[in-house]
Design a protein around this ligand. Structure first.
Ligand code: MIC
Ligand code: SF4
Length: 647
């Protein structure tokens, strides 16, 4: 039977289950990656599994998020990850080597392979033809230990690309257009697979920009074919032997198809505070801008930054604007330094940051109060920049550079860029120097160093007969993990310190939440649609667990967050009738009697609202395997128990 590309790769890696949309499948994972803000937790969990060495083809530990060392905490985390990596057979990408997804694409991306990463933008690897999925740290730890990764078989959404991108319009505009069409929930339960004659004109990093922001569609992952362009990219990275041609069968049946005509696209921007709030730059108009940030795992490749440098060359940024540029990797930065492009950026007035996530995760460069910040990043969620009153717009590198020169949001087609300025070729040979990638030791004898910032993580408790508690918070639609567990320069240093983080949980929604949760000793959370969208951080589940949250009842969940809740032993329940949401208020006492029987039984069961005296129905949409996980109080307990039961 003819297949889509995603189906072909999944089939090759299938360990268990039937590839029918919605049914749980288990796949074998070839590669894993972690970054430092989720990695400490993932490695603590991996260590607790007692496996002496990772069992993947290759596992990578990157340091790219927690790069401000304003105290010992981040440095402690780095040392822990460095030593744990060395001991357990993991390659360690040292601070300064670059953003995990960019470096992974350059140095390790492998068409046809599977990659599981503890970061929601892991699908960047889809640009080189991988099935690359973002997950919680615990799922990544299980994969490192040789376990399969379980997901509901996604539906395959085909995006047919026709035509060719016009001058000054780039890959970012393609994904912004896709977000405009599909919205931040449009990809939930789906793999987005790109195909069509428009693919061939896109370079690998451009494809990766598009698959990267598939995360913002809520998609399981996104993927491009592996073709001559992929081969040339791999060859230029000195890895041509990793190439294999891959594409969908010509008559492959997609579950749905949309077509995007690249020739018709224009520069776009996602307006505050959501990546799908997209309009044409010209239609938004010349709003005054205070800050421009160029970089992040979405747009910091060699090609992106060469175009930026070409636009800035010989010019000066506007008087009252701050332009910061963070190259995606040491390779990119090094090449820009050698060919003079870095100098063009500096002369124009850019502030050059190190190769890391930086402002994208609120690690510095918070804008001033009420500022407008224009960024090439992938998320503009409320408060993520570090300044709640700031308005963040997401744009292409070309639009960002034009805006930095003009001081107002500007369509790059309107500022007189010469026709050949942006004609930049992909290099025949990238500068290859892996001196910041430390290989593991040969014997597993490295001593793991644990500074005082490394604290134990909370474990769930076995499910009890009765689960009860008050509604601790009632929330709207599209609550992000940045609401649930904020990041930024003051909190990222505590990613391995759950007790510290617990005082900040859900504060952007309600300042009084942590104190209330502690006073009540736990309870329930109630939410609207798409609860937990955004990051893969399992802290958004582990911290509520620490605060005693037993269940979240929502209109719908984002995929990774729902998995993280389940892995932590917190019940992710969905209202069968959305109007019930309106009948529940903060402080209502909720009771689930015979919880074990109910979790075991049918998908739907009732919860009592003891305060208001009515019962309502919820759905527990998880596989039998995950019911076991919930009953045992989370995946780690479950895995240990199974080990005992079978041993
Ligand atoms: C993000 O972009 O939000 C992050 C920071 O990369 C996260 C991971 C994290 O929360 O540490 C992600 O996308 O998964
Ligand atoms: Fe880093 Fe931002 Fe990419 Fe997350 S989205 S990995 S914080 S650059």
């Amino acid at each position: 039977m003819s297949k889509t590309l995603a189906e072909k790769i999944l089939k090759k890696h299938l360990v268990q289950g039937e590839m029918k949309a919605g049914e749980e499948i288990a796949i074998h994972i070839d590669y894993t990656l972690t970054q430092d803000s989720t990695g400490t937790m993932a490695y603590l969990q991996f260590e607790s599994m007692g496996v002496p060495r990772v069992k993947t083809k290759k596992s990578l530990a990157y340091i790219d998020h927690n790069m401000l060392q304003s105290g010992f905490e981040n440095a402690d985390d780095h040392k822990y990850i460095e030593t744990v990596a060395k001991k357990y057979g993991i390659y360690f990408s040292r601070p300064g080597n670059g953003i995990c997804h960019q470096v992974n694409l350059e140095r390790f991306g492998n068409p046809g392979a599977t990659l599981l990463g503890s970061d929601s933008h892991t699908p960047t690897g889809g640009g080189i033809g991988m099935i690359a999925i973002g997950a919680g740290g615990l799922d990544v730890a299980v994969a490192m230990a040789g376990g399969a990764y379980y997901i509901p078989m996604p539906r395959i959404l085909g995006v047919e690309l026709v035509g060719k991108l016009p001058f000054c319009v780039s890959a970012k505009d393609v994904i912004l257009e896709t977000l405009r069409i599909l919205g931040v929930k449009g990809g939930v339960g789906k793999i987005v697979e790109y195909f069509g004659e428009g693919v061939a004109a896109l370079s690998v990093p451009e494809r990766a920009t598009i698959t990267n922001m598939g995360a913002e569609l809520g998609a399981t992952t996104s993927i491009f074919p592996s073709d001559g362009v992929t081969r040339a990219f791999l060859a230029a990275q000195g890895r041509e032997s990793d190439y294999q041609p891959l594409e969908a069968d010509t008559d492959a049946a997609y579950d749905e198809v949309i077509t995007i005509n690249l020739s018709k696209l224009e520069p776009m921007a996602a307006m505050p505070h959501s990546p799908d709030n997209v309009k044409k730059v010209r239609d938004i108009g010349h709003i005054k801008v205070d800050q421009v940030c160029i970089g992040s795992c979405t747009n910091s490749s060699y090609l992106d930054l060469m175009r930026v440098a070409a636009i800035l060359k010989g010019k000066s940024i506007a008087d009252d604007i701050s332009l910061v540029i963070s190259p995606g990797s040491k390779q990119v930065m090094n090449m820009l330094a050698e060919n003079g492009a870095l100098s063009d950026m500096i002369s124009a007035g850019a502030r050059i940051l190190e190769c890391a996530c930086g402002p994208c995760i609120g690690m510095g460069q918070a804008p001033r109060s009420n500022a407008v910040s224009v960024r090439t990043f992938n998320r503009n969620f409320y408060g993520r920049s570090g300044t709640s009153s700031a308005d963040v717009y997401l744009v292409s590198p070309e639009t960002a550079a034009a805006t930095a020169l003009q001081g107002v949001l500007s369509d790059p087609r309107d500022i007189g860029i010469g026709a050949d300025t942006l004609a930049i070729d992909m290099p025949q040979k990238f500068m290859i120097n892996d001196n910041l990638i430390a290989p593991p030791d040969g014997n597993g004898e490295t001593e793991v160093v644990r500074g005082p910032n490394i604290r134990p993580f909370p474990l769930g408790k076995t499910l009890t007969e009765t689960v009860s508690g008050d509604v601790l918070l009632k929330m709207d639609d599209n609550i992000t993990t940045d609401h649930i567990m904020p990041s930024g320069a003051s909190l990222l240093p505590y990613r391995s310190n759950i007790p510290h983080l617990s005082d900040f949980c859900l504060k952007p929604v309600d300042e009084t939440f942590p104190a209330r949760a502690k006073e009540k000793g736990g309870g329930f959370l109630v939410a609207g649609h798409n609860y937990g969208q955004g990051s893969s951080r399992e802290h958004a589940a582990l911290v509520p667990l620490y605060l005693g949250v037993r269940g979240v009842i929502a209109k719908s969940f984002a995929r990774i967050h729902m998995a993280n809740l389940t892995n932590s032993g917190i019940l992710p329940l969905v209202f069968t009738d959305e109007s019930t949401y309106d009948q529940i208020d903060l402080g209502d006492a909720l009771v689930i009697r015979d919880a074990i029987g109910k979790v075991d039984g049918k998908t739907k069961f009732t919860v009592e609202n003891a305060t208001k005296g009515f019962e309502f129905e919820v759905r527990l949409d998880v596989s039998d395997r995950l019911k076991g996980v919930l009953k045992d109080g989370g995946l780690l307990n479950h895995t240990k128990k199974q080990g005992k039961d079978h041993g």
